[in-house]
Write a protein that binds this ligand. Structure first.
Ligand SMILES: NC(=O)c1ccc[n+]([C@@H]2O[C@H](COP(=O)([O-])OP(=O)(O)OC[C@H]3O[C@@H](n4cnc5c(N)ncnc54)[C@H](OP(=O)(O)O)[C@@H]3O)[C@@H](O)[C@H]2O)c1
Length: 313
């Protein structure tokens, strides 16, 4: 099977490319950050420029597109709603429209950020109620994707893992702070169900191989606060946790309003695949093992010195 990953230079896209290249023929596109990965074809392009996406798809002829690209900074979306609309909704719609026309299957990556955060454990049947520009554009994107490409697989998630120098993950941020002995203020009143990016990648590829369509929550099996996540991360990596301070999201001067409970119920995917989603402690133990096995180095190296690749204009 041939996969094409949009956002191959991003946190999720690059990790999936590294995983998937063992079993699939992988290509993908980046925008500002060239990627060089053995066995993977990567193209530089602006997905928002008309015609470039269709040309890339016709050139690489994948069986499946995994669309991870977009404007993912919640504050960045709030600061530039026009760009957020173009990259998160307009591009997703184009990606889906051309995928349908060319006959390529589509996996669209969405988020746990869609709900208003007033209740835990949201299911796929709950209606989203976005609180900020990022969430609104991701919800609009889901609807545009399903309209253009009704057989698409939409995955709502939240992940941690080994990030890149360009795009550190949440767990990278915590680990860096612990390593430097900084005081970390982590939210006691924001809850989520995070999954290790490598576990998410495996589940996603399994769903792709089964030809699954529809909207699925693919997240961790455990709901916890960001503060508790920080404590567990410190414990797993053997750092003292004394410098992790509980705080409230209400104390931070964010421009975007944020949901306080983003936890996702994963019963549908659990039933479909016949197994439980991983617990945070399992994910963190695996994160540590991956770190010892050199995964972060492989992720970082893919984004360095890739200047020989030509950017399309
Ligand atoms: N991070 C999380 O915890 C999280 C949680 C829930 C859901 N998600 C969703 O998961 C997906 C991936 O997130 P991520 O954190 O991996 O994203 P990310 O690291 O911010 O990566 C975004 C990617 O989009 C590419 N891109 C941006 N503008 C582009 C353009 N005009 N043309 C082509 N490519 C463009 C970037 O390329 P360059 O870097 O080369 O410019 C980069 O590869 C997103 O759909 C996000 O909404 C993320």
């Amino acid at each position: 099977m041939k996969l094409f990953i949009t956002g191959i230079s991003g946190l999720l896209g690059l990790n999936i490319a590294l995983q998937a290249r063992e079993r699939f023929q992988v290509s993908g596109c980046y925008h500002a950050h060239p990627v060089r990965l053995d066995g993977v074809q990567s193209l530089g392009m602006d997905l928002a420029t008309p015609g470039q996406w269709e040309a890339a798809l016709r050139e690489t002829q994948p069986d499946v597109v995994i669309h991870t690209a977009g404007l993912t900074s919640v504050e960045g979306c709030e600061a530039d709603p026009v760009l957020a609309q173009r990259l998160n909704v307009g591009v997703a719609q184009d990606v889906a429209t051309v995928a349908r026309e060319v006959g390529v299957r589509l996996v669209h990556i969405s988020t746990d950020h869609l709900f208003d955060g007033t209740r835990p454990w949201r299911t796929e049947a709950d209606r989203p109620a976005p609180l900020n520009v990022y969430a609104r554009t991701k919800w609009e994107a889901e609807q545009a994707v399903l309209e253009a490409c009704p057989d698409a697989l939409i995955i709502r998630t939240n992940f941690f893992g080994w990030g890149t120098p360009v795009r550190p993950s949440f767990s990278d941020w915590v680990l860096r702070g612990l390593e430097e002995g900084r005081e970390l203020h982590m939210f006691l009143d924001v809850f989520f169900t995070p999954i290790l990016i490598n576990s998410l990648g495996e589940l996603l590829l399994e769903l792709v191989e089964r030809g699954t369509a529809g909207v699925f929550h693919v997240a961790g099996g455990e709901r916890l606060s960001k503060y508790e996540f920080g404590l567990k991360l410190a414990e797993t990596f053997g750092y003292p946790s004394g410098r992790i301070r509980p705080s409230s999201v209400d104390e931070f001067p964010f421009k975007a309003q944020r949901p306080k409970d983003m936890s996702l119920r994963t019963d549908a995917v659990t039933r479909l695949l016949g197994r439980q989603m991983p617990l945070v402690s399992e994910g963190l133990a695996r994160l540590r093992r991956l770190g010892e096995a050199g995964w972060p180095t492989a992720v970082g190296a893919a984004l360095q010195g890739a200047d020989t690749l030509k950017r399309r204009r």
